[in-house]
Design a protein around this ligand. Structure first.
Ligand code: NAI
Ligand code: MG
Length: 357
């Protein structure tokens, strides 16, 4: 008999989102099928996204959030298509879920895979592995501001985009980063701001970081400005373990990290509500990739890695490790999609990962 069934809401949304969510589901279903009934996944798929918007004028059902609330987790693809303005699609679905479910911690591991060439020559002989921890509820993506504030019309418009930093918001993400650092081989947290130029919110962040750091004397720390940190990602990545940054800065740095690992298609992420009052959401870092959508070319590893983060969240830690090992065996064997220099299709990579499970 099945001892645990995890109810998962799948929201593939747009472009390659549909392809990589199908890939992740196939891997998780294979894992469950091989578990001897120890666990199972009960999927419900929601048709939301830009196509849904074109038909209904909404990115998700009006009661969408209430429906999602009942699930153990949300497995998300990517949202956005050229037919809908990006700010409408992003705010109408992904950011709406993140903000309403208080998924304030966004975890984005930067992981280097065997058999995948990094643009960093260093990666050939130095083991590299770090995690970007992104503040996911406020900062530059708080959605505060407005347009047409001058009332002077076209040509003289004024817009304000206000970043929100609360001491509680800063403190909870910084503590999360320190707690995560304690679980890692290298116990170090790098805090990233731009407090020389942004003297209010980012100085509050820096001061909160210094205060929280005092509670973790066993963890090494550094505070680095975001421009310098982007250089450090390239020049001295072996010095990184946990990198904690605000919403916008961490968004940019995590794309840089995944590019250094070889492709945006490799990067996994978890949007966590650590208190577990709401479901958490697991999704690849990349977007809907309209340039390659529908051609079977999407790299499914970011989405499958995100499914592994979901397994961790369910407490299926050994199973998550098995998925990671199967991914590594697949890349090491050279079964790679074109973005990482191979000729395999999405389905061939998925089949290989399932084989290696
Ligand atoms: P993107 O991540 O979709 O694509 C950037 C580049 O990476 C493209 O060349 C694409 O082909 C490649 N790429 C992305 N995922 C890949 C994969 N799995 N395998 C192989 N190659 C992959 O970013 P872009 O082009 O800036 O945005 C496209 C749309 O996605 C926009 O509508 C944007 O708003 C949306 N977007 C949504 C996100 C989300 O839902 N979390 C995140 C980022 C963008
Ligand atoms: Mg991004």
């Amino acid at each position: 008999p099945t001892t645990s069934t995890f109810k998962i809401a799948a929201v593939p949304a747009d472009g390659v989102g549909t392809e990589v969510v199908a890939a992740g589901r196939a891997v998780l279903d294979a894992l469950a099928a091989g578990s001897g009934g120890a666990f199972a996944f009960d999927w419900t798929e929601f048709p939301w996204g830009c196509g849904y918007y074109e038909r209904t004028g909404r990115m998700m059902d009006e009661d969408g959030l209430e429906r999602l609330r009942e699930f153990d987790a949300i497995y998300f693809g990517a949202v956005g298509w050229p037919s809908v303005p990006d700010h409408t699609s992003l705010w109408g679905l992904r950011l709406k879920i993140c903000q309403n479910f208080d998924q304030w911690a966004n975890i984005r591991p930067v992981h280097f895979h065997p058999g995948i060439t990094s643009p960093l020559r260093k990666a050939d002989h130095i083991p590299l592995d770090w995690v970007v921890v992104r503040e996911n509820s406020e900062g530059e993506y708080a959605g505060l501001g407005g347009r047409n504030l001058s009332g002077r019309g076209p040509g003289n418009e004024v817009a304000l985009q206000t970043a929100l930093f609360t001491e509680r918001g800063c403190e909870r993400i910084i503590r999360f980063a320190f707690d995560l650092a304690r679980t890692r081989t290298r116990k170090k947290v790098s805090s990233v701001t731009k407090s020389n130029a942004q003297q209010y919110g980012m100085v509050l962040w820096d001061e909160t970081f210094a205060r929280v750091a005092a509670d973790y004397p066993d963890v090494e720390t550094e505070s680095v400005l975001v421009d310098a940190m982007s250089a450090k990602f390239v020049l001295k990545p072996e010095d990184l373990s946990v990198v904690v940054a605000s919403n916008l800065n961490a968004d940019i740095l995590s794309d840089l990290g995944s590019a250094l690992a070889g492709s945006l298609g490799l990067a996994a992420s978890a949007n966590l509500n650590p208190e577990r009052r709401f479901p958490s959401m697991f999704e690849p870092v990349h977007g809907s990739a309209p340039d390659i959508a529908g051609q079977g070319l999407a790299n499914p590893i970011g989405a499958i890695g995100s499914a592994a983060l979901m397994l961790d969240h369910f407490g299926l830690v050994d199973e998550a490790a098995r998925v990671h090992k199967a991914i590594e065996a697949t890349t090491a064997a050279g079964v790679l999609t074109p973005d990482v220099g191979g000729t395999a299709t999405t389905d061939e990579v998925v089949a290989s990962i399932i084989d290696h499970l």
